[in-house]
Design a protein around this ligand. Structure first.
Ligand code: FAD
Length: 434
């Protein structure tokens, strides 16, 4: 059995680690110069950034387990914060150190910035969801679910909408209520630490994919970067992969035969690679029907003394939805990141103007009068799939024997997240080793 893996994002690397652990030889091809895909380190002006500020939850069990397995140290690699939702000056919710789900109920009842009646409504909603075991007989949009449970506009805007956008990267009018409940069930309903928010202190390539590559190579596997796959060709009960010119060596193209292939490239690339294979017409149609949502991150390099009141906090009715103080998180003093998730009017602004808006918001909200030395806007236009109700996501198993699909967009309970990507990769590895 020899396995080829296309794509060195979190899904592909998770699959490769699980197979390498079981002694199954893997060859992984990544088209970019570095590993990590949509969660990767980026250097700018000698400063280590990510392509977007990410956050993990304590309930991302498989991602955290794998980071440890390949040599990570969770205490050193992350700043761990108890569940908190702080919209500067408008709303604040902080979970006390109580067992789950009591910590959330007490947090909701003590939330600041909404009336007592609204706090009661929010707590009643959570209790109703628990009684339903976070399962809806019929999926609907988050906006519809909120109306059904009497969550009025103020509550939706200050609590549920920021949560939904952070978890699903999809506005409440379009987002699947069931997928949101899947995340709430795992994050809020079991152990208190499941709802902890983990902010990485190292970049996203270093956090897992690079360590995973070392782990795979130590077990006889191979990881090629700058080595994209251009064709998948079913041949004689196996699958051939054809790489781009100049991979693995200048002027050479590689054609290699595998018993199994896991395609863990992003959905648009996967559709392009699968399109010539007539057996996979339905899978390609499913992938083509997915819509996407953007995430913009604006990094700002201020003088080192500039900081925010907390490592992470939100803004209400501003362009900047979440702000991160990289000084408090990772010792990068003066570096701030503003994250703008999901679709919106910010997409219409040129990057310079968007950065100027964020700078003005920082000045107005926190009195930061300094001018940043530089800014960098990273626009990920297809950051995640749009997590709509009743979405038919492609299964990991395909109609072509030996070909599997991994990636955050494939079938699963989670939205497009690191944990969703990792789970899909692990599932592919289990299907192959079984
Ligand atoms: C800005 C941003 C912020 C986010 N924030 C969060 C967050 O806070 N928490 C969270 O859990 N999730 C977050 N996500 C989502 C998370 O990053 C993704 O769900 C996850 O990284 C997807 O991993 P993947 O392996 O499925 O796909 P990808 O990361 O897209 O990996 C696919 C890989 O395939 C490679 N590839 C492409 N074409 C080829 C080819 N022809 N041959 C070989 N390789 C190829 C790509 O270069 C890439 O490395 C965020 C995403 C973005 C963009």
């Amino acid at each position: 059995m020899v396995v080829g893996i296309i794509g060195g994002g979190y899904a592909g690397m998770a699959a490769a680690v699980a197979l390498a652990e079981r002694g199954i030889p893997v060859t992984l091809f990544e088209s970019a110069r570095q590993l990590g895909g949509r969660a990767r380190g980026v250097m700018h002006n000698d400063t280590q950034l990510d392509n977007g500020q990410h956050l993990l939850l304590g309930c991302y069990r498989q991602t955290l387990r794998l980071i440890k397995q390949v040599g990570g140290n969770l205490e050193q690699d992350f700043l761990r914060l108890p569940l908190q939702l702080d919209l500067h000056g408008e709303f604040s919710l902080r979970a006390p150190r109580l067992p789950a789900p009591l910590h959330l109920l007490v947090a909701l009842l003590n939330a600041q910035g909404i009336s007592f009646g609204e706090r009661m409504k929010a707590a009643r909603f959570m209790l109703a969801l628990r009684r339903m075991n976070f399962y809806l007989p019929r999926d609907m949009t988050v906006a519809e679910l909120l109306v059904q449970h009497g969550q009025d506009a103020e509550l939706a805007q200050k609590l549920w909408e920021p949560l939904c956008i952070a978890a699903l990267n999809t506005p409440i009018l379009k987002a699947s209520a069931q997928v949101l409940l899947n995340v709430l069930r795992d994050a809020l309903n079991q152990k208190r630490s499941d709802s902890d928010m983990l902010l990485p202190r190292v970049d996203f390539t270093a956090l897992f994919p690079q360590r995973a590559a070392n782990y795979i190579e130590q077990r006889g596997g191979m990881v090629f970067t700058s080595c994209g796959v251009e064709a998948i060709i079913p041949k004689d009960h196996g699958i051939e992969l054809v790489t781009a010119q100049a991979c693995p060596e200048p002027g050479r193209r590689r054609t290699e035969r595998f018993s199994h292939v896991i395609c863990s490239a992003p959905p648009t690339v996967t559709a392009k690679l699968l399109r010539p294979i007539s057996l996979l017409e339905n899978t390609v149609a499913q992938i083509d029907s997915l819509e996407h949502q953007p995430i913009y991150t604006v990094y700002l390099r201020y003088p080192a003394h500039v900081h925010l009141p907390h490592p992470m906090l939100g803004l209400h009715r501003r362009f900047s939805q979440w702000l991160f103080d990289k000084g408090q998180i990772a010792g990068q003093h003066g570096l701030l990141a503003a994250v703008i998730s999901a679709e919106g009017i910010h997409q219409e602004l040129p990057q310079e103007q968007l950065a100027q808006r964020v700078i003005a918001e920082l000045r107005e909200e926190f009195g930061i009068a300094e001018v940043p030395e530089w800014f960098k806007v990273i626009a990920e236009k297809r950051a995640t799939f749009c997590c709509a109700p009743n979405l038919q996501r492609p299964s990991q198993q395909t109609d072509l024997p030996g070909l599997l699909l991994a990636g955050d967009y494939t079938a699963g309970a989670y939205p497009a997240t690191l944990e969703g990507a990792v789970l899909s990769g692990l599932h592919c590895a289990s299907l192959i080793s079984a």
